[in-house]
Write a protein of this length. Sequence first.
Length: 444
Amino acid sequence: MLTRVALAGCFPLRTTFILMLSSSMLRGQEIRVGEPSLVARAPEQHSFTEPIVTVHPVHPDHLLAAAMIEAEGASFEERVAQQTCAAFLSLDAGRTWRQRNFSVTRCFDPWVVVTPDGRAFLSVIGRRSTGEDGLFIFRSPDGGQTWDDTPINVGGGFDHPTLVVDYQSQKRKGWLYLLSWRPIRAEDGERRSALTVMRSLDSGKTFPEPTQVIPNNLVNLAEMPVVLSDGTLIVSFVEAARWADTQGRLDRFDRWRAWVLRSTDGGHAFSSPLFVTDACGPPPAFQLSALAVDTSSGPFRDRLYFLCGAHQRGPITLVFSADKGETWSTPVAVPPALHDSEPRRILGLAANNKGVLAIAHLDHIAQSGDSCQALYFAASLDGGLTFLPPRRLSSTPCAAFGDYFGMVSTPDGRFRLMWPEMHGGVSELRTVIVDVEGHGAPAR
């Protein structure tokens, strides 16, 4: 027997369903949640936000994370001026952690990766003590145990940089890609949003001239990059607004259209924009969508997954593609099919080496008393067609939200999550391991 959850009224001209497996069908299939553990406590009058976590591609006990450390202040400018970023390293599967603070203020959007040869990279937007502003890339030769003192500055004006590594392809294994966007003036003087892809072929020592893509005359927000098993680079973006006037004011859309670009030559040239879905939309204003790829050797190898919040505060929505982003499935709602009562929800998405798809979301719950933040986890063993009954991983007093939180699949086939929450008035980073029993297999 199957339980059906309808997406009532979210998508015009059709009714969309997602299926949850009943308990009689779940023998040998379950979500096992470990005991959450502490990563770090923020200093007094500070809070963690936007944590990101990654894992050494060979050694699952070797974890690296980063987060912003927000400061309290009387004004936005005062808070931002004190905002810093830190990295967190564990070599014992998350039992103990070492913290490294970076000398960057006005610090935003931290992102970390570890390459196949064990090098680590941290990208942040901020200002160094020298007064230099920009998008900085810090490098570590030993997976985050030590860091170079002087980062690479790849330029200013960028927003939301994200990193990805090619872990599989024969030709470009180990290549490092950085995706971001920034507003520019085109040759005709008009405002444009440039999606920018930078690449490093030498373990982050150099970043040659980047590739800029201007898909249209709208405000296009870069989101996530992934790499397929043959080295094809896929980057996602959404159309969020249009320029309303010459002063740079924006006319925000109430429904966003999502797209991907595809590159088969290592990020030098890209395809025309490939349409993903128009089901997404604010609010929230800029809590990110998510893009992931199945890199297993199973039946869903190279399947792309795209996750976003439906427009008009609708439920979380999933679409997938089996042909490198050329065509995408009908949108479906991820259980539990909650509608936002508050415009704050952050999404996580990952696929493991067994072909299991995992989705997590950190929600703000309106009028919930002392517990106003809840973290949910759902998993699919058949490529996003059906889901095991979701689990709530945490419910605590509210913490800072930001645009993303940490979620990654590990080399041993499990999932690791990292998020901020409040305990006794103190902001803490927490992490947990989730194990999904079963392998990805076509639905019967």
